[in-house]
Write a protein that binds this ligand. Structure first.
Ligand code: UDP
Ligand code: MG
Length: 136
């Protein structure tokens, strides 16, 4: 049975800064994730804090919000078969050191905070995150 989903992907400032946008997009499209929407934006720290509010009790929250708002990012809606899990597999583990070979974070991540991409972790969160960036 087919299970077409949508998920939210973000190319984080470290990857935008290193001109990796097209490399990362081509990993998605060559793995059957279609890019339905894409835009480049620069969040304020307040917007980053709202986006990552689920992490507000974590010790890394303040750094995370400063970092996500430190430069332009690219936000995308990806669509395809099992898109949420498929994107998480292509991303690799949160810490690039632990990410599997050929994953985006293994290829391009610098450190646990500068790990190049964000991806929704469930269908429910994907809906919320897509709505955060693409509500009209
Ligand atoms: N993060 C961090 N330090 C940590 C754990 C996470 O800076 O010890 C950052 C990291 O950039 C990660 C983000 O916080 O991508 C969100 O954390 P989460 O556990 O949701 O990881 P993800 O879903 O991005 O793999
Ligand atoms: Mg997460």
């Amino acid at each position: 049975m087919s299970n077409i989903e949508q998920t939210l992907s973000i190319i984080k400032p470290d990857a935008v800064e290193r001109n990796l946008i097209e490399n990362i997009k081509s990993i998605f499209t060559s793995n059957n994730l279609n890019i339905k929407e894409t835009k480049k934006i620069h969040l304020t720290k307040e917007e980053a804090a709202e986006f990552y509010s689920v992490h507000q009790s974590k010790p890394f929250y303040d750094n995370l919000c400063s970092y996500l708002s430190s430069g332009p990012i690219v936000v995308m809606i990806l669509e395809g078969e099992n898109a949420v899990l498929s994107n998480r597999k292509l991303m690799g583990a949160t810490d690039p050191k632990n990410a599997e070979k050929n994953t985006i974070r293994k290829l391009y991540g610098i450190s646990i905070d500068k790990n190049s991409v964000h991806g929704s972790d469930s269908v429910d969160n994907a809906k919320k995150e897509i709505n955060f960036f693409f509500k009209n």
